[in-house]
Write a protein that binds this ligand. Structure first.
Ligand code: PBG
Length: 323
């Protein structure tokens, strides 16, 4: 008889044959930084996640350092919004100030910036509006300005999330022409038009004022299209390819992992976080165990890097080696 249970008999052997292991090095922690003073606002749909002004952020950053979480993904919430999101390239804008602050006080933290406009535009869309839609090529011009100002402020990596065609090529050229040929790009290569972003939009104040994002974000039905998106980002010079959301798209993570030799990232998005938190608060699931199991599923699917609001909690559990 085939006795596969032999290798499950004891804790020691189970550890030896474990195929996938999570590590704190896998995680990127998203941070919401709001312009203003003395702000520390809990996001009601994301228990445990807050928006901070720069003068209140040190507690959070100390915690990350203590937990050995080495990378953050920054989202800015500006005081003023306008049609084009011009605050994204203001050298004294919220992200630029935050980068400088973190670099001075936490020089070891690796700073990745989300490159987009939806938190900065009055209409909440990810670029310049023309004829009731986001215009691709005029948005590319603004992306260049934004990326350059993030690089000038000291960002370590940029991550364009707007799903504009040609953005990786455009950013690579901008960076190379301005002395940043060593600054990597993580493409939000395969980003679906997903209802799992709901809580984030509350957190970042970025709900579109009209329509939806279906003309730029992908249809959840599509798998071949994901390979096309990834192919172009790869050819245009992305250093890391990302799939977003993660949990409902594990098949896509695996497709990309099999097809490319670049590191694959996934974004364990706000709605995925909130679902687990809500069920755990109701006592319907064991929140910690379900969190670790879902993070593991992303890694097993092929993600080398996981962007997750759970990073701190997962790091604590990994540290105590409970699971
Ligand atoms: C902005 C952006 C979004 C998220 C990350 N970057 C929202 C969106 O596309 O509406 C979502 C992240 C999350 O839900 O955690 N372009």
């Amino acid at each position: 008889m085939f006795r596969t249970r032999r290798l499950r008999k004891k804790e020691g052997i189970r550890r030896l044959v474990q195929e996938t292991k999570l590590s704190v090095d896998d995680f990127i922690y998203p941070l919401f930084i709001e312009e203003g003073k003395n702000i520390e606002t809990e996001i009601s749909s994301m228990p445990g996640i807050k928006r901070f002004s720069i003068d209140r952020i040190s507690k959070e950053l100390d915690e990350l350092v203590d937990l050995k979480i080495s990378s953050v993904l920054l989202f800015g919430i500006p005081a003023r919004k306008d049609e084009e999101g011009t605050q994204t390239w203001n050298e004294n804008g919220i992200i630029q100030e935050a980068i400088r602050y973190i670099k001075i006080h936490y020089p070891k933290l690796y700073i990745i910036t989300d490159v987009c406009f939806c938190e900065y535009t009055s209409h909440g869309h990810c670029g310049v509006i023309m004829d009731n839609d986001v215009d691709n090529d005029s948005t590319l011009l603004n992306i260049s300005k934004q990326v350059l100002s993030h690089a000038n402020a000291g960002a370590d990596m940029v991550a364009p999330s707007g799903m504009m065609d040609g953005s990786i090529e455009n950013i690579r050229q901008t960076l190379d022409n301005n002395g940043y040929s060593n600054l990597p790009i993580m493409g939000y290569s395969v980003k679906y038009s997903s209802s799992f972003y709901g809580p984030f939009r509350e957190a970042a104040g970025s709900t579109p004022g009209f329509g939806n994002r279906k003309t730029y974000q992908m249809d959840p039905s599509n798998r071949h299209e994901a390979l096309r998106e990834a192919k172009y980002d790869n050819q245009e010079g992305a250093d890391i390819l990302m799939v977003k959301p993660a949990l409902a798209y594990l098949d896509i993570i695996r497709d990309l992992k099999n097809a490319y030799d670049l590191p694959i990232a996934c974004y364990n998005v706000s709605g995925e976080y909130s679902m687990i938190k809500a069920a755990a608060q109701n006592g319907w699931i064991d929140g910690d165990m379900v969190m670790m199991e879902t993070l593991l599923s992303m890694k097993r699917a092929g993600a080398d890097i996981i962007i997750t609001y759970f990073a701190k909690e997962a790091a604590r559990i990994l540290d105590s080696n409970n699971i």
